[in-house]
Design a protein around this ligand. Structure first.
Ligand code: DC
Length: 672
């Protein structure tokens, strides 16, 4: 068991980008579908956990090309349009339920294959019979080691290469059905019918929606049969962003309810009505007083107006009940949570565990933990908030919360502990065995910590190819800052002017053309990009030889600089309102003109030969030396390293080392 962790209350509003891991259910479905697609799919924001790594390894052992980069959370899969290269393979699925079921149905698509499958002890006991039985109907044979028909792992699967009209008993797990549904489009004329009911409709729904996202919508007819009206390989997705785990996201929706007013947390990629049923928690939170707004690709959660009392049925998204129950400790009246009886058989008896620990911090709950212990059928919990009682209990020191090897107990009380109960920063909650969050969210507590601290503006200046963009992008990703590339602003404007026939040497023409242009900004991921009259050019359009040749002279025009300055200065406010932890803006005059009062100012340098090499490696034709001379000698806003800026020569330093140095300045400025 890991050492207990004392939670430090937030003294400042919470702010920043919540680093929520990707959803496991979505990552593993996307991997299977991508392998069945025609061509290459790039999954971004994917989850890297034991279960997804098992599936990746299995796909590789079947002959698929899968490359992954854990650092930037991407997985690239080359789909083969339904072909499975290896006719034989031996696959171990560990205790990964999704991998186990999805792969088994997937393998059925291989004509004349013979695969040995096994899993951990726990997996051998988990439901599998319904799927194996269904596949027998497809002409596959699943044989146990004793030679008889298999009902679970381990087994040898001899495959027919097609599904046909199948029936599946998915009453024990919806994954048995989902596995077949994903394979359906690859076997024309096939259908799946369910015998009885399944446990988790939302997951079947997720599967169907993902099949449609990859171009093969399924239908579910009135007679109960699923089929794919237009079968064929899935369409590869150039880039498929995996949704953040909705249950994990709930702690960051709850956090601004417990931290000081002015909190503003961004959850990238989270959308109500997303693929995961647990996004319904956002609606419950809003009923209690959460302020959640959609902002670009994600949501921003601000300090709740209050935590209102109420009566909530969390049956369909019960993993989030622990989040609500802990936030309820600060409500303005009793909070009743119903429909959670089934959670008493999860990682632990969650209702009993929650009641016991809420009582431990001084609250009354009904039914009381003693009653819950006596009656296994009780299926609800009412929390009666009482700050005075909590203060009394914690006055002797932090209360140690037992976590029962349940990651969600640790995370929900960890979030509540961020509340400054005494108003003086004294910790009042301590989490037993914090490492138990590893099941779904190993970095949970550092992700919480990343949201404490002041808003920080970082100015990064430097010449062409001095490493501004890669440094700024990596810094933004590491710290949850909004990234603004002002070089791209000048390029965007240069392109717009050239397209409208303005010439770089015609002052009056440029001023005239500028007066008719409108600048706006849009955020994708962590980057804010400039649009001129609603058009944001692609990176390659911004880096053509024509733009490279003209941009420095265009940027020397006072009218051009005046046009962009207001827009650039407004980005800090946009970053603040968007919940970012701060802003990193790169260019030539950021620390000197645009944000001379930025908390951190950096000037990057590298020797000329190194910079030439970098550009050449990017395959770009770019008159670097010439641009630098123009950029540093022009009359308005020349490139300079102003006093107080930190000069970093990165000729010999790697990117990580540079980012480490700048990140340390940011942490100091944020007061973390
Ligand atoms: O960083 P970059 O190479 O994309 O910038 C392109 C040009 O834009 C650069 O040569 C000069 C101009 N620029 C500027 O004048 N001021 C800035 N803050 C950023 C770029």
């Amino acid at each position: 068991m890991s050492d207990p962790l004392v939670i430090r209350p937030f003294l400042l509003p919470a702010r920043g980008v919540a680093r929520v891991p990707g959803s496991k259910s979505v990552t593993n479905r996307a991997l299977v579908i991508a392998a069945l697609a025609d061509g290459e799919t790039l999954l971004t924001d994917a989850l890297f956990s034991r279960d997804t790594l098992i599936l990746i390894a299995a796909l590789r052992s079947l002959g698929f090309e899968v490359s992954d980069d854990k650092r930037i959370r991407t997985i690239r899969v080359r789909g083969l349009g339904g072909k499975i290269p290896a006719r034989t393979a031996s696959i171990h699925v560990g205790n990964a339920g999704t991998a186990a079921r999805f792969l088994t149905a997937f393998l059925a698509l291989s004509p004349g294959g013979r695969y040995e499958l096994d899993g951990d002890e726990a997996m051998r006991a988990r439901p599998m019979a319904g799927l194996l039985e269904a596949l027998r109907g497809a002409g596959c044979r699943a044989t146990a080691p004793d030679g008889g028909p298999a009902t679970g792992f381990p087994f040898t699967l001899e495959t027919s290469g097609r599904l046909g009209a199948l029936e599946v008993d998915a009453s024990a797990s919806s994954q048995l059905l989902s596995a077949l549904l994903m394979a359906l489009p690859l076997s024309p004329g096939s259908s799946v019918r369910m015998r009885g009911e399944t446990v988790s409709e939302p997951f079947v729904e997720m599967t169907m929606r993902m099949c449609a996202q990859f171009g093969r919508p399924l239908t579910h007819a009135a007679d109960g049969a699923w089929s794919c009206p237009a079968p064929g390989p899935y369409a590869a997705a150039k880039e498929y962003a995996v949704e953040p785990d909705a249950t994990a996201a709930s702690y960051f929706i709850g956090l601004p309810a417990v931290t000081p007013p002015g909190s503003c947390v961004r959850i990238g990629g989270y959308a109500e009505g997303g693929l995961q049923g647990d996004t319904a928690f956002a609606r419950v939170a809003e009923r209690c007083g959460a302020r959640i707004r959609t902002d670009g690709p994600g949501v921003v959660v601000e300090s709740w107006t209050k935590v209102a009392s109420g009566d909530f049925d969390l049956n369909a998204f019960s993993d989030t009940f622990l989040t609500l129950a802990t936030v309820a400790a600060l409500a303005d009246g009793a909070v009743r949570i119903r429909g959670i009886g089934h959670t008493r058989k999860q990682e632990t008896d969650r209702v009993l565990a929650m009641a016991t620990e809420l009582e431990r911090i001084g609250l009354k709950v009904t039914p009381a933990s003693s009653a819950l212990r006596d009656d296994a059928c009780l299926s609800e919990l009412t929390v009666h908030p009482d700050r005075e009682a909590m203060r009394r209990v914690a006055s002797a020191g932090p209360v140690r919360i037992r976590t029962y090897e349940d990651h969600r107990m640790a995370m929900s009380f960890g979030m509540l502990g961020c509340h400054d109960l005494f108003g003086d920063g004294r910790p009042w909650i301590e989490i037993e065995d914090p490492a138990c969050t590893g099941k779904t969210f190993p970095d949970f507590f550092s992700a919480l910590d990343a949201l404490r601290g002041r808003f920080v503006r970082v100015a990064v200046d430097g010449g062409a190819a001095s490493g501004k963009s890669s440094t700024s992008r990596a810094l933004a990703a590491r710290l949850g800052l909004l990234h603004v590339d002002t070089g791209a602003h000048y390029r965007t404007l240069t392109l717009a002017l050239l397209k409208r026939g303005a010439r770089a040497d015609d002052d009056a023409g440029i001023a005239r053309t500028l007066s008719g242009l409108r600048a706006s900004s849009s955020v994708t991921g962590l980057a804010a990009r400039l649009a001129i009259d609603g058009v944001t050019p692609s990176d390659s359009e911004l880096r053509t030889p024509e733009v490279n040749a003209a941009v420095s002279s265009v940027a020397a025009h006072p009218a051009v600089r005046a046009f962009l300055l207001g827009h650039q200065r407004a980005q800090a406010e946009a970053a603040r309102a968007g919940g970012f932890a701060g802003l990193v803006m790169e260019g030539r005059d950021i620390g000197s003109v645009v944000m001379p009062d930025a908390e951190v100012r950096v000037f990057l340098e590298a020797d000329a030969a190194a910079r030439e090499r970098r550009r050449a490696a990017e395959g770009m034709q770019d008159p670097i030396g010439h641009r630098d001379r123009m950029d540093s000698t022009r009359a308005v806003s020349p490139m300079v390293c102003t006093p107080g800026a930190v000069r970093i020569d990165n000729t010999e330093l790697g990117l990580e080392a540079v980012v480490d140095r700048v990140a340390a300045f940011v942490a100091a400025a944020a007061g973390r």
